[in-house]
Design a binder for this molecule. Sequence first.
Ligand code: T5A
Length: 213
Amino acid sequence: MRGKFITIEGTEGVGKTTNIEFIQSWLEAKNLAFVCTREPGGTPLAEQIRELLLAPRDEIVCSTAELLLMFAGRAQHLHQVIKPVLSEGAWVLCDRFTDATYAYQGAGRNMRTDLIAELEMLVQGSLRPDLTLILDIPVEVGLKRASARSEPDRFEQEQVEFFERVRQGYLKIAEENPDRCVIIDASSPLKAVQRQITVALEAFWFSSEESNA
Ligand code: T5A
């Protein structure tokens, strides 16, 4: 039986990295075999593409080049990691996936969603995450958290308006995919965020067990 595919999404500094560690402990407590990975990245080639994408540079990166690099890394990641792991029956926990492309390149850069959907079909076929946790936070709060932690990467150098569009993009994805997406209020203290995540994971676990029975 195919493993489950969980993704975690949100705007900058929303707390994905912090909460992924928490989700890993939940998976361990359930005795589930899993691989934790990220996008852009997840294989040596895709990590090199990540470096190309995130490095601040003087040259303005064309939105189409950015979009194609995202999907190039994703194609390699799917081929080398995600699909083999899922077909062995293990779970995949991924820090960002294609929803980030719809939110950042689609809503953020105003790229056509039908073009993104065509690339999604080319690269993924019918594969979609089974559960997506969208950590939601006012943009300014996330940017403040991110800037306190490290120097801004190329995306973090964008204006607040860009991240507002990205946030709205994520909220639209959640509205259009209520069976797959759960919005988590990430502006609360960490313990409260993790309580919401636990509720979402337990509900997902319960429904997966029921459909397996
Ligand atoms: N991208 C990616 C695209 O444009 N298209 C795509 O298709 C894909 C896949 C990737 C960049 O690429 C773009 C989006 C991104 O800009 P990334 O590293 O995945 O970069 O994304 P970032 O958002 O930059 O990830 P960060 O690591 O910066 O942020 P996190 O992981 O969301 O936040 P985290 O956990 O590091 O937390 C930030 C700080 O906040 C604190 C933490 O301790 C930390 O210091 N914190 C809290 N503080 C108070 N209360 C809470 N509840 C807190 N939770 C965390």
